[in-house]
Ligand binder design. Sequence first.
Ligand code: G4F
Length: 322
Amino acid sequence: MTKRALITGITGQDGSYLAELLLSKGYKVYGLKRRTSVPIMENIQQIKNEIEFIDGDLQDLSSLIRAVQVAAPDEVYNLAAQSFVATSWEQPVLTAQATAVGVTNMLEAVRIVKPDARFYQASSSEMFGKVVETPQKETTPFYPRSPYGVAKVYGHWITINYRESFDMFACSGILFNHESPRRGVEFVTRKVTDAAARIKLGLQNELRMGNLDAKRDWGFAGDYVKAMWLMLQQDKPDDYVISTGETHTVEELVEIAFNHVGLNWRDYVVIDPKFVRPAEVDLLLGDCTKAKEQLGWELEVGFEQLVKMMVDSDMEKIKKNG
Ligand code: G4F
C-alpha cells in the first residue's frame, strides 16, 4: 500500500529534501504551503509536479484540519516555522504564534482527524541556548536565548504532551544546524558562501558579519531528513538529537569558504553591530549516540565538504543567473 505523507514547510530547505526522500521511497507526498502572490518554489522546482499542494497556514487550525482530511496521511512532518533566529526579536509574537502555537494547531488537526498518523516535530538545538552541559544530548536541560528558542521549547514539550496524553505516535527531532545549497541567504552559512562566490566573481566588495566567535555543530540537511524519516519507522515514538559531534566557529566557516575560492577573508569581512544578536548562543555541540544506536542513522557529509559544496553551488548559480 502506498504510504501518504503530509509535510508542512515543504518549500523550505528541509521540506524539499524530505519530499525527495519520501518520493524516492514511493510515498504519495502532500505539501502544506502558505498562499503567496508570487509562489516560492525554487527548492522544489524539480519535484513540484509529483507533489499535491494544499493551501494552509499553521496559524489557521481550520486549514490544517482540512489538510489532514485531504491528505489522510500515515505520517505528518511539521517543518514549518518562523525559523530565522534574528527575526524572532523583531517579530516575537508572530514567532510564538507560528513556531509555538502552530505546533498545537497541527497536533490538534491530527488528533481530531487522523489520530493514528505518525507525527514528527522539528525541534531545534536552539533550545539548549546558554548550554548547561557539553555536549548536548536528549536529557540536557533547555535554556533558550531567543524568542525563537523559547517557542521551539514550547513546540517540543507540547509534542511530548500529546504523546503522553493521547497516546499519539509523536516524535521530536532535536536537530542541530543543518545546511545545504538550498539554505536561505539570511542564514550564516549561505550568507558566507554566497558572498565568497560574489566577491570572487567581482560582484561584491565586502561581507558584513556579526559575531565570528559563535560555535555551531553544522551538518548537511540531506543527511538530517533521513533521521526524520527513521524516527517515524520505529516501534515506539521517542525524541532524538541529530548532530555531527563537531563544532566550528563562524570564523572557521568564513575561512574555509574564502580559501576555497582563493581569497583571504580578512581582506573582505567587516564586523557590523547590526548583525550581532541581543543574546547569543555561544556554543552548540551535539551528542547523537542515541540516534546512531537506535535509528542506525549515519551522516555522510562533513563540515568542510559541506561548505565547499555550498560555495561551488553558489559559484554555479551566480554565473548562470547573476
Ligand atoms: O545561521 P544562523 O542564523 O543560525 P542559528 O541562529 O544558529 O539558527 C539556525 O539553527 C538552529 C538550530 O540550532 C535552527 F533551529 C534555526 O532555525 C536556524 O536554522 O546563525 C549562526 C551563528 C549565530 O551565532 C550568529 O550570531 O552565526 C552567527 N552570525 C555571525 N554573523 C551570523 C552572522 N548569523 C547570521 N545569520 N548573519 C550574520 O551576519
